[in-house]
Design a protein around this ligand. Structure first.
Ligand code: SF4
Ligand code: SF4
Length: 304
């Protein structure tokens, strides 16, 4: 076979892989690594998300009060206060001084996400991630294309707006409509308006904007992203030389723009994903049939 024919075959094979990847990313990883290893991080995340929900629910449902409260503010085993620092920021903007316990709880949460990665909250804790992941999955399966996705900066404008609105109204402005706390409170205390808000987020991501809510609109995600800009835990594409351009990682990543600098050496020479918007979800690690990605720390810039 001549060189031109070989090149054509490789190009055709890559193009077929890419088109398969857009509806069924991870198929090759399942074949190479097995179903369990090709979904390892996804399974661990679901255990974390449902486990955290369960800790909050067993109190009101069965009277086992391991954790009291909700994601905005809680007390674990009667001793460990945890408070959402974004909620505290809205409180300060509104001119309200929170209780000392809430301040301590905010400090603990702040320290955790500063150190380990702000958007761990999005992929490992936030219940809305289950909704937006479901919308993204269905959008891929139904091969829905197009829609109008707002600029990724929208979330930062909205973040600033919510703090300004809190200052003007003297209230926690975002909490009136925040799908994260509405869904969480809805699960604990029963749904009312929350169903409508959650359904709206699902339909928005499914029909109008691919990964639109978490990647472009949600100010909570924006806040946690800023918080974890210098965090320790990172994903590296250290085996990027093995990449065969199948695009599976880009297809499953909730923030695909974070991958290119590390994988394709665009604007940086090391393989570490340092972008604050990477949620450390590990899905790129799961779906890569060539094992290009792995979890590491921000100090590990090695390449193999
Ligand atoms: S971006 Fe917002 S809704 Fe999405 S997972 Fe993060 S906190 Fe939850
Ligand atoms: S780069 Fe990987 S770990 Fe980061 S958000 Fe995308 S899929 Fe998740």
């Amino acid at each position: 076979m001549n060189t031109a024919a070989t090149t054509n075959n490789v190009a055709t094979e890559r193009s077929a892989k890419r088109s398969r990847a857009s509806t069924q990313p991870g198929a090759e990883a399942v074949r190479v690594k097995g179903r369990l290893r090709a979904n390892k991080w996804l399974l661990l995340r679901r255990i974390s998300q449902f486990g955290i929900l369960a800790l909050f629910l067993v109190g009101p449902w069965f009277g086992w009060w391991i954790v009291k409260g909700n994601l905005s503010s809680s007390l674990t085993l009667g001793v460990l206060p945890l408070t959402d620092p974004y909620l505290l920021l809205q409180s300060f903007s509104a001119g309200q001084l929170p209780y000392q316990e809430a301040l301590l709880g905010g400090g603990i949460v702040l320290a955790f996400y500063l150190l380990f990665g702000g958007r761990l909250f999005c992929s490992w804790v936030c219940p809305v991630n289950l909704v937006t992941d479901a919308a993204a999955w269905l959008r891929r399966r139904l091969n829905i294309k197009g829609g109008k996705t707002p600029s990724a900066y929208t979330r930062y404008w909205l973040l600033a707006f919510t703090l300004g609105a809190s200052a003007l109204t003297g209230s926690l402005a975002w909490e009136w409509v925040n799908p994260v706390s509405m869904l969480h409170r809805g699960l604990i205390f029963g749904f009312g308006l929350a169903w409508g808000v959650v359904l709206a987020v699902f339909l928005y991501d499914l029909l109008f904007a691919s990964r639109g809510w978490c990647g472009h609109v949600c100010p909570v995600g924006a806040f946690y992203g800023l918080l974890g800009s210098g965090a320790l835990i990172r994903v590296t594409a250290d085996k990027r030389r093995a990449c065969d351009d199948c695009m599976d990682c880009f297809n499953v990543c909730p923030e695909p723009q974070v991958i290119r600098p590390a994988l394709k050496a665009v604007g940086q020479d090391h393989p570490l994903i340092l972008d604050k918007d990477c949620t450390s979800c590990g899905r790129c690690i799961d779906v890569c049939g060539k094992d290009v990605f792995r979890l590491t720390t921000r100090f590990d810039r090695s390449e193999s």
